[in-house]
Design a protein around this ligand. Structure first.
Ligand code: 5GP
Ligand code: MN
Length: 374
């Protein structure tokens, strides 16, 4: 009987954990988390659903385990993700841009820092947090799924690039902990919902970067009771009407498609203001042109304060990542990357953006894929 129970537990445990997670790393994680009381969790600038989902999942898990955990983002998270934290939890989430002294104080005084969904201390990814993070003397743990992590910055690295999201990687780490023993029902509803939100947004609701492990995670979280309908409602069905009106306008009259199969759209500040769009509300626009057969890569450029934010998505066979690195001061994943254009280094002003995109993408497609584009 006892033997049966142990055997069932072992089967359950090994089926529900993932072989990418190294047992020794889990031991080191438990040791580092065990000796720290106050912890800081951070993610990249302009947090998206994966950053916000992973951070809130980890903060909830740590606080439920009796730890004093805070989330510090380089800047504010968008209003459309606010549902991922309740009013009490919002007191433990701060933006380094809004509260630089409190943020720097917490980073300097904590015993452990978790870096989620980014993997280097760069201005373009860490903003106001770059210096405090680089100078913090405590141990730092990386949990991330982007290419080329700077491993030397961290005491412990969980880096998987063949995984849907940081939220999924965090899920498998949590499943490998003794506290859960591989049983997703041991996660609180809040932790489970945040993990599902991170994975759902980074896969664009199961449209890309979906691996067998991603569907396993989703299925385990559903069995554990996650309300996916409520989550999808919050993530995709609560936007203001003007967001879709603007997307319609961009697709109808602004989108250009080059001979190389590159679609691009440029959104200037004036139009953003005219439509009253807030941060986070243009999320997903870059994906739309990929539904056109001949489009192999899609680029969305948005004017920001003194620079231009660039989002790039590509279909298999074309590397958004290489294009972002080579021509847009950025990086990311193979098929989903981002970067920036600076004025006057790259372009004089927004009137030159279209010409720049046409020129560099033609060079990129020809250099990388040959004159016939293959
Ligand atoms: P998004 O287009 O959703 O802003 O970003 C897509 C991907 O590109 C994300 O994985 C994000 O981390 C990465 N990314 C976005 N902006 C930058 C950037 O300025 N630098 C780098 N290295 N990666 C970026
Ligand atoms: Mn991510």
């Amino acid at each position: 009987m006892i033997c049966n129970i142990i055997c069932n537990f072992a089967i359950h445990f090994f089926m529900n954990t993932m072989n990418i997670i190294d047992r020794e790393d889990i031991g080191r994680l438990c040791m580092l988390a065990g000796k720290a009381e106050r912890m800081v969790i951070t993610a990249h600038i302009r947090p998206d659903g994966d950053a916000m989902g992973s951070c809130t999942a980890l903060m909830r898990f740590l606080r439920e385990s009796g730890k004093e955990a805070y989330i510090i983002f380089p800047d504010r998270y968008p209003d459309n993700l606010a549902f991922l934290a309740d009013s009490t939890e919002r007191d433990f989430i701060l933006s380094a841009e809004d509260e630089p002294a409190r943020a720097a104080g917490l980073v300097a005084s904590c015993g452990l820092i978790f870096c989620l969904d980014f993997n280097k201390f760069e201005d373009s990814r860490c903003g106001a947090l770059r210096k405090p993070l680089a100078e913090a003397a405590c141990d730092k743990v990386l949990i991330d799924h982007h290419l080329f992590p700077d491993r030397d910055l961290f005491s412990l690295v969980f880096s998987e690039t063949e995984i849907s999201s940081t939220a999924e990687l965090l899920f498998w780490i949590l499943m490998a902990l003794p506290q859960t023993g591989g049983d997703p029902k041991k996660l609180s509803p809040g932790v489970a919902a945040s993990l599902m939100a991170g994975m759902t947004t980074d896969t664009n609701n199961f449209a890309n970067s979906v691996f067998p492990s991603t569907l396993r995670m989703a299925s385990m979280l559903l069995e554990a009771g996650v309300d996916r309908d409520a989550l999808l409602g919050h993530l995709y069905n609560e936007y203001p009407e003007r967001r879709l009106r603007l997307l319609g306008k961009l697709l109808y009259s602004e989108m250009k498609i080059t001979e190389d199969g590159v679609a691009y759209m440029i959104l200037d500040r004036k139009t953003m203001t005219e439509y009253g769009l807030r941060e986070g509300e243009t999320e997903g626009f870059v994906n739309e042109p990929l539904s056109i057969g001949k489009v192999r890569m899609s680029i969305f450029i948005k004017e920001d304060n003194g620079y231009f934010r660039v989002s790039i998505r590509s279909k298999k066979g074309v590397s958004a990542n290489r294009c972002a690195k080579k021509y847009f001061n950025g990086g990311g994943h193979e098929l989903a990357s981002g970067g920036r254009l600076y004025a006057p280094a790259d372009i004089k002003d927004i009137s030159e953006a279209a010409g720049y995109v046409e020129r560099v993408t033609h060079a990129f497609m020809t250099e990388e894929y040959g004159p016939d584009g293959k």
